[in-house]
Design a protein. Structure first.
Length: 283
């Protein structure tokens, strides 16, 4: 959905910034243009019943209670033809639609031996779709000349830890569910643009009470000077009781806060799967 129906967008050329860039904003959309790249976010009201019915029929699954079907994050470089985006529809289209429902009291499976921790969790969790767990890492047009290839190159964490000026920041919620009052499931996308680089974090966080925590992170990194585009995908999962047991005695009053803190939970969960990729042009 475009913001054309809104009042004229405001445009700002920030000449005082370390790098020349243009900021654009309207009621529901924001964008920044710099160094040949455009990064935009769309944050609209929750989908209405008609939109929900239409998307549910196309996806063939019931949708989460809170679905923001018109929200999106888009990254593009017109000169090279790169376009990447994140939407709730594309994310939900990667949810397993053929599995049986995960039962809240699925304790028998969680009492098995932990000899092969990652394989155990994958086996137990794979079929279940009602937690709305996506295998989504963003959308690339099917006819794009750009393709993802695996790489040994890692994200430059030291550069990302630097206190560089933030030219643009936003967070977009794509969907959220309370899992029938048994926990929470949310997919969000955060954008951070600095003078020399940008980082997009698409995070799926799920807490199923007394069963499992799940965090799936996609970090997309762009270095403006070199044009390098990297994508890191990490899957973290751990049993609910194991994570809760790591709460320190002095934090006992913060239990409710900690189990809903995706950053804290991610630190407690081991990586059970992952992939590093780079975007390459194919003629």
């Amino acid at each position: 959905m475009s913001g054309s129906s809104e009042s004229a967008a405001s445009q700002v050329l920030d000449k005082a910034s370390p790098v020349h860039h243009k900021l654009t904003s309207s009621k529901y959309e924001r964008a920044i243009e710099l160094r040949g790249w455009t990064i935009s976010t769309a944050k609209y009201p929750i989908s209405n019943s008609k939109e929900i019915d239409e998307d549910s029929e196309k996806l063939t699954i019931p949708l989460p209670e809170m679905i923001f079907g018109n929200n999106a994050v888009t990254l593009s470089q017109p000169e090279s033809g790169i376009t990447l985006n994140w939407t709730s529809f594309d994310a939900l289209d990667t949810v397993n639609k053929n599995g049986t429902d995960l039962k809240v009291s699925y304790s028998d499976s969680w009492n098995k031996s932990r000899d092969d921790h990652s394989e155990e969790i994958k086996h137990v969790t794979k079929p279940f779709d009602w937690t709305y767990t996506p295998s989504y890492r963003g959308s690339l047009p099917s006819d794009s000349a750009w393709k993802w290839e695996e790489t040994d190159q890692l994200l430059p964490m030291e550069l990302l830890k630097r206190q560089d000026p933030i030219l643009f920041y936003d967070e977009v919620i794509l969907y959220e569910s309370e899992l029938d009052d048994n926990g929470t499931s949310v997919l969000s996308v955060r954008v951070r643009v600095m003078p020399d680089r940008l980082l997009i974090l698409a995070r799926f966080f799920m807490r199923l009470d007394n069963v499992v925590f799940r965090v799936r992170d996609t970090r997309l990194y762009v270095e403006f000077e070199t044009g390098v585009v990297l994508r890191e995908y990490l899957v973290r999962e751990e049993k609910y009781d194991t994570v809760k047991a790591r709460i320190k005695p002095y934090q006992i009053d913060e239990v409710g806060t900690l189990v809903n803190d995706a950053n804290w939970v991610a630190e407690q969960c081991p990586v059970v799967d992952g992939k590093m990729e780079t975007l390459k042009h194919h003629v």
